[in-house]
Design a binder for this molecule. Structure first.
Ligand SMILES: [Zn+2]
Length: 262
C-alpha cells in the first residue's frame, strides 16, 4: 500500500425509521427501538462514495407504496425529505455525481436506492448475490425489485474476502464481515479527525458488541460472532469508533443526519 491518506468527510443521510422489537435485532434485547435505516456518503478526492442506499425512495413518500398491507407499513416512520436523492441534493450533489456504491448486503433497507446510480461502480461481498437469489426463511427481508435485472447489470465488483482498499491509499477499506449474510460488508473510513467503522448489519445495536450476541435473523451465528470480534479488533488496532448503522444512540452521538464529520 502506498502512503495512507484520508477521505475528506463523511455524512449520514437522513432516512426512514422503523419501530421494532429489539429482540428481533439482538437475541436477549428488550423493548421497542426506533432504528434509522440510513445510507452514508463519503467524499474522497478520487470519488464520491455511498455506503448503502437505504430503502426504496417510495417508502419515504408512503411506506404502503412498497409494503402494502405488510406489517412494515405500520412500523415505518418516514417523510419525502428523507428520499436519498433529496438528501444528496441538500448536500449539493446529484445521483450522477456518485462514483462508487458499497452495498453492505442485499436486504431491502440497504438496497432500495441502488437503481438511482446506474453510472457508479458497485461493490458487493463474496457469495451475496448467489445467496440472495434463494434466502430461505429470511426472504421477507428482501424486496425483489431492488435487485432487478437492470440493477444486476450494473458494474459490480466482488470485494476480496481479505478486504478491498477502494482507492489504494488506505482511506476507505471495505471489509468482509460475514454472518448476517454471507457477503456482509463493513468499511473502515479514515478521516482527518478520526477513523470510523461503518458496520452495515454486522451488528444492529450496541448490545450485540457488549454481549457478543447475534441477530436471530443472521445467516450463520458462529460466523457472525467472529465478525463481531473483527469489529472489536478494529476498534483496538485502528483506534476506530464503530458506527452501528441501526443504533439510534450512535446516530445521536455522531451528530445526526447531514452533519459533516471531517
Ligand atoms: Zn438493516
Amino acid at each position: 500500500m502506498s502512503q495512507t491518506t484520508t477521505a475528506a468527510r463523511l455524512w449520514a443521510l437522513d432516512a426512514p425509521r422503523m419501530n421494532i422489537d429489539a429482540a428481533h435485532l439482538v437475541v436477549g434485547a428488550e423493548g421497542t427501538v426506533s432504528i434509522p435505516l440510513p445510507a452514508f456518503l463519503i467524499e474522497h478526492e478520487q470519488g464520491l462514495v455511498l455506503f448503502d442506499t437505504s430503502m426504496n425512495p417510495l417508502v419515504c413518500d408512503d411506506p404502503a407504496l412498497v409494503f402494502g398491507d405488510r406489517p412494515e407499513t405500520a412500523m415505518i416512520e418516514s417523510n419525502p425529505e428523507q428520499r436519498i436523492d433529496r438528501q444528496l441534493a441538500k448536500l449539493g450533489f446529484r445521483p450522477e455525481d456518485i462514483t462508487h456504491v458499497v452495498l453492505s448486503h442485499t436486504h431491502s433497507d440497504h438496497a432500495g436506492g441502488l437503481y438511482l446510480f446506474p453510472r457508479a461502480e458497485f461493490y458487493i461481498g463474496p457469495e451475496e448475490f448467489r445467496w440472495a437469489a434463494d434466502p430461505g426463511e429470511t426472504a421477507y427481508l428482501f424486496q425483489p425489485s431492488d435487485l432487478s435485472d437492470e440493477v444486476k447489470e450494473f458494474d459490480w465488483h466482488d470485494v476480496d474476502p481479505l478486504g478491498t482498499d477502494l482507492f489504494g491509499d488506505g482511506a476507505i477499506n471495505i471489509l468482509h464481515t460475514p454472518g448476517h449474510t454471507p457477503g456482509e460488508l463493513s468499511a473502515l473510513v479514515r478521516l482527518p479527525s478520526q477513523n470510523i467503522v461503518l458496520t452495515g448489519d454486522t451488528v444492529h445495536l450496541r448490545e450485540a458488541m457488549e454481549w457478543d450476541e447475534v441477530d436471530p435473523n443472521d445467516w450463520d451465528y458462529e460466523v457472525a460472532r467472529k465478525s463481531i470480534t473483527t469489529l472489536k479488533n478494529l476498534q483496538e488496532d485502528e483506534q476506530a469508533k464503530v458506527w452501528i448503522a441501526h443504533d439510534p444512540r450512535d446516530w445521536a452521538d455522531f451528530g445526526g443526519p447531514l452533519s459533516a464529520i471531517e
